[in-house]
Design a protein. Structure first.
Length: 215
């Protein structure tokens, strides 16, 4: 089952075979590698067996989900608690198995229960870059363009105009006829400043949106 249909279906089958009334929630965007799935599967199997054998539990909840690039598995039971990796060879075995993949096991099991075990396996899934939003495209475009009108076509041309320099070939404001030179120069400065303002605003908006999505 694990090899053919993946971790989600294998955990569901495991829950059906468990003596506990087990509720399973699966939220996986893709399959992890076979060794990682095997480590997670046997960890869930051991945790359910411990809950039934040592915790006198009658009910359990298993949640398997993708957390960014990590695989997270949470197993909770209604047993009497008191599970301790320092005293239980089964929990130490899970830690050793997960440690081969830099995974961790965190157990919360106060006296009287419930017991909650959280397994985290990092780098289980590929990280796909988020698609660029229209705001990000606009921000990048403005970041690329704003120095051109503000500096060479605006501020530099203004300095050359004040100095009466004859150099004109690279500066639009100095190539037009005299009555239009100052309006063109000031227009370039305003255009560059406006593009910079839009770049800053879109960057802030994008970060705010990404922060809200992560939260």
């Amino acid at each position: 089952m694990l090899a053919e249909r993946g971790l989600g279906d294998a955990v569901r089958a495991l829950a059906l075979d468990s003596p506990l009334r087990t509720h399973v929630t699966i939220d996986l965007s893709e399959r992890a590698s076979a060794p990682l799935e095997s480590a997670a599967y046997f960890a869930v199997s051991e945790l359910l067996a411990n809950a039934a054998r040592h915790g006198d539990a009658t009910e359990a909840w298993v949640d398997v989900s993708t957390q960014g690039p990590s695989l997270r598995v949470t197993v909770t039971d209604d047993g009497h608690g008191g599970a301790d990796p320092e005293r239980g060879t089964g929990l130490r075995g899970i830690e050793r198995r997960l440690g081969a993949f830099d995974g961790v096991l965190a157990v919360s099991s106060p006296a009287g229960g419930p017991t909650t075990a959280v397994i985290e396996l990092p780098r289980a899934f590929r990280v796909r870059p988020a698609p660029l939003s229209p705001w990000r495209y606009l921000g990048r475009l403005c970041w690329a363009l704003w120095p051109i009108p503000l500096f060479p076509q605006g501020l530099v041309a203004m300095v050359l105009k004040l100095m009466g320099s004859p150099v004109k070939s690279w500066f639009l404001g100095l190539r037009v006829s005299e009555p239009f030179q100052w309006p063109v120069i000031m227009g370039m400065i305003l255009l560059g400043g406006g593009l910079l303002a839009v770049a800053l605003a879109t960057t802030a908006r994008t970060r705010e949106a990404e922060g809200g999505a992560c939260g």
